[in-house]
Design a protein around this ligand. Structure first.
Ligand code: HEM
Ligand code: HEM
Length: 192
């Protein structure tokens, strides 16, 4: 299948067969965490305070969210230091507009991977409260007292989460379209 694509490839851009292993790992770990946190976030805010899952849901959301921040930062570092150039990571012969659209989408998703946990962090440390990881290590409040209200940071977190859900859906549709309609290697390259 690869040879067929190589035929359409501009001479000056060689293409790799797949994404490197680190890019794949980071993509699926960060992606899964984001999708999990979106569902957990929407689920838990619908719970009654006296629901038996209330505490567990909020606590796991906070820790998984902090984990998503760590993976997001590590992923970003990797994207900066890896050697493959942009065109090499996509299937050869891709129309220019799709290359640009995919890149804008990736930048958007990466910004969200970082901004959502940061805004979540702002929720739990608003009012200058410290947040204790497993009751041991304090995470300091980042915002000066009374700069923004609780509801403003919750609203920010919520809007970022909604935007990400829409972007991720579009991203998923694009991947499925490449796989099932165009029948190219776009999805396979990041899968295995
Ligand atoms: C990628 C990471 C994250 C995603 C995708 C995410 C997603 C969400 C979503 C969808 C909601 C529900 C919003 C609503 O309906 O009001 C929510 C609420 C919340 N999130 Fe996150 N979140 C993330 C990270 C974090 C982090 C790191 C923290 C804190 C450590 C956090 C703390 C909270 C809190 C406290 C709420 C409840 C807000 C309220 O009172 O309504 N989140 N999150
Ligand atoms: C729902 C399942 C998902 C599928 C099937 C999927 C599929 C893909 C595919 C095929 C690519 C490479 C080509 C391209 O589309 O541009 C890719 C790249 C990427 N995706 Fe996803 N994705 C999914 C979820 C997500 C989520 C939830 C996020 C982040 C919130 C995300 C962020 C990214 C990023 C940042 C890249 C660029 C990776 C790099 O350059 O190493 N993806 N994805």
């Amino acid at each position: 299948m690869q040879n067929h694509h190589l035929a359409n490839q501009p001479l000056n851009v060689k293409s790799t067969d797949t994404y490197d292993i680190w890019s794949k790992l980071f993509h699926w770990i960060s992606g899964t965490l984001i999708l999990l946190l979106l569902s957990l976030g929407f689920y838990m805010t619908g719970l009654d305070y006296y629901d038996k899952n209330y505490n567990l849901a909020y606590t796991s959301h906070k820790y998984l969210g902090l984990l998503a921040l760590l993976f997001g930062l590590a992923q970003l570092c990797w994207l900066f230091i890896r050697k493959t150039r942009t065109a090499e990571r996509f299937v050869p012969g891709l129309p220019k507009w799709q290359l640009v659209a995919a890149q804008i989408m990736h930048i958007g998703l990466l910004i969200m991977i970082l901004l959502i946990p940061v805004s979540g962090y702002m929720i739990i440390t608003s009012n200058s409260q410290e947040f204790f990881i497993f009751d041991l290590f304090p995470l300091p409040a980042v915002l000066p007292e009374n700069l923004v209200s609780d509801s403003m940071v919750v609203c920010l977190h919520f809007s970022l989460a909604y935007t990400t859900a829409c972007l991720a859906l579009l991203h998923l549709f694009a991947a499925l379209k490449h796989h099932f309609i165009d029948k190219d290697d776009t999805l396979r390259r990041i899968l295995f």
